[in-house]
Design a protein around this ligand. Sequence first.
Ligand code: SF4
Length: 288
Amino acid sequence: MEAAKPAMFYNRMEDLKVHCYLCPHNCTINPGRFGVCRARKNIDGDLHSLNYGKISSIALDPIEKKPLYRFKGGSKILSIGTFGCNLKCSFCQNWVIAHDEPKLYDVTSEDIVNKAKELVPKGNIGIAYTYNEPSVWYEFVYDTAVLARKEGLSNVLVTNGFIGKEALLTLLPYIDAMNIDVKAYTASFYKDICGGVLKNVKETVEIAAKKCHVEVTTLIIPTLNDGLEEISQLAKWLSTISKDIPLHLSRYFPNYKVQDIPPTPKETLYKAREEAQKYLDYVYLGNV
Ligand code: SF4
């Protein structure tokens, strides 16, 4: 399944090692080895994207399913995903394609853009890069988004926001809307449960909100990130960027490695919404 697509955003190092700076993990990768995301491999001293032109899922979804509630409401969007992720959230709601080995199909950017155009009469407005983390599919997303933009289609990213600044700024001119997961508002949650860094995700939200339409999703997990003080801080910070940023508070169900925490009580979500509404104009509940 190895595609030979040279990767973007890496440097060659001595002893045929490479340094990838596509995301804040900044992996140093020995020859023959993979990055944390499993989607990039050092082949003889050069970094390659392994998921270029490989899709695991494709569907025409309502835009509200991304979720985007305040961007081209009532429309549909051709949604595609591949495999790989640069975070390791133990509660992952999409683990089969993020962390397992899903069945893959070969496609080109032209195939996807042509399919998207074919579906315009059915309400399609463009392409959403979703299901798994699109930043670790960067080269294919970039090529497809550039082509889609030329054809007058919209591009949507559904992302964990854990992406390097240079890569983000290079892609943003082609992106119309993003839903960014802010998985919690504590550094310890990101470090211990996701293997990521909150500060980098916050920076992505702050940069992206200046360039395209942004909505934010937080999966509320009992005992891990459901404290009202934490919700309050998250909403307060978002309001400093813009009170108009929609916040989706989503209900958690047991998944992947977390089976011992029951689904989020609806009452918790109602209270969280009430708290967030003190600072933000648009707060929605998901999966209730
Ligand atoms: S994109 Fe993958 S290889 Fe590159 S720094 Fe991030 S986890 Fe490492």
